[in-house]
Ligand binder design. Structure first.
Ligand SMILES: Nc1ncnc2c1ncn2[C@@H]1O[C@H](COP(=O)(O)OP(=O)(O)O)[C@@H](O)[C@H]1O
Ligand SMILES: [Mg+2]
Length: 265
């Protein structure tokens, strides 16, 4: 089975794209076949993995709005087992254009199902990660409808928990309408600075509320993580020795461990 995970939080700058790029890269490096789908018009996941965000007729916009075959839009990345469906700024228009579609919430889901059905056993992806835009609009709702689970990055700062209830309401709404199977993959503490009392408070609050749903692995604030995207490289290639690379590799292992344990039970 292919598991589809949306990385979502309507707050901007909390580490969604960084997590999409680096978790995908680490899991692929561990040896699982992974697809990352960039569904943010800002296309930071596309450029962050080293692919130019241009309108070449093979972007997620073409897939969603012009009914382009998703398989034809697959691109290889510098990581052997990681492919991507790129985005570009055209996707801004999709937020409005999708309104006209019938079953407008499940356009992306149908395209992903078609893709999965068209792949051979060898081509099959084990995990598909969707990098969501910073809003709770129709594109994010499409991503939540397409997914088995949601991974929620939480930046350890003031008001970190503010807005989470809005996201959880949207998730609940999607569960009650277009996607009853949707679950929470986990909450991920990002840009963590253990020297800050506030960061530690956010952590203990999150663990108190959400218990085991919070990943044990925390992503520390690390300058190398901030630099890597401008070189179009995931952190494990840009600086494999960095704390950031170690954190995301640890997260990749935890993610796989949890999923393989859940599959057996
Ligand atoms: N652990 C980290 N340490 C340092 N900088 C980070 C870290 N995670 C993300 N960043 C930087 O913070 C900014 C916002 O992260 P990003 O992943 O783009 O957030 P989002 O996709 O949620 O808007 C980016 O410039 C990114 O490089
Ligand atoms: Mg982003």
């Amino acid at each position: 089975m292919t598991k589809i995970i949306s990385i979502a939080n309507q707050k901007g700058g909390v580490g969604k794209t960084t997590t999409a790029v680096n978790l995908s890269s680490c899991i692929a490096t561990i040896g699982k076949k992974v697809l990352m789908i960039d569904v943010d018009p800002q296309a930071n996941a596309t450029t962050g993995i080293g692919i130019e965000a241009r309108d070449d007729g093979n972007t997620i916009y073409d897939v969603l709005i012009l009914d382009k075959n998703m398989k034809e839009s697959l691109r290889k990345t510098q990581i052997q087992k990681l492919d991507i469906i790129p985005s570009n700024i055209d996707l801004v228009a999709a937020e409005l254009e999708l309104i006209e579609f019938k079953s407008r919430e499940s356009v992306l889901r149908r395209k992903i199902i078609d893709l999965i059905n068209s792949l051979s056993e060898e081509e099959r992806y084990e995990y598909v990660f969707l990098d969501c835009p910073p809003s709770l609009g129709l594109i994010t709702v499409n991503a939540l409808t397409a997914a088995h689970s949601v991974l929620i990055p939480v930046q350890c700062e003031y008001y970190a928990l503010e807005g989470l209830s809005q996201l959880l309401n949207t998730i609940k709404r999607v569960k009650n309408s277009s996607n009853p199977r949707l679950s929470i993959e986990g909450y991920l503490l990002t840009m963590f600075d253990s020297r800050l009392k506030l960061a530690n408070q956010v952590e203990s609050e999150l663990r108190k509320f959400f218990g085991e749903r919070v990943f044990h692995t925390k992503i520390a604030r690390n300058v190398k993580i901030g630099e890597a995207p401008s070189f179009g490289k995931p952190i494990i290639i840009y600086d494999p020795q960095s704390m950031g690379a170690q954190n995301y590799m640890e997260l990749g292992k935890e993610f796989i461990r949890r999923n393989e344990a859940a599959r057996k039970s």
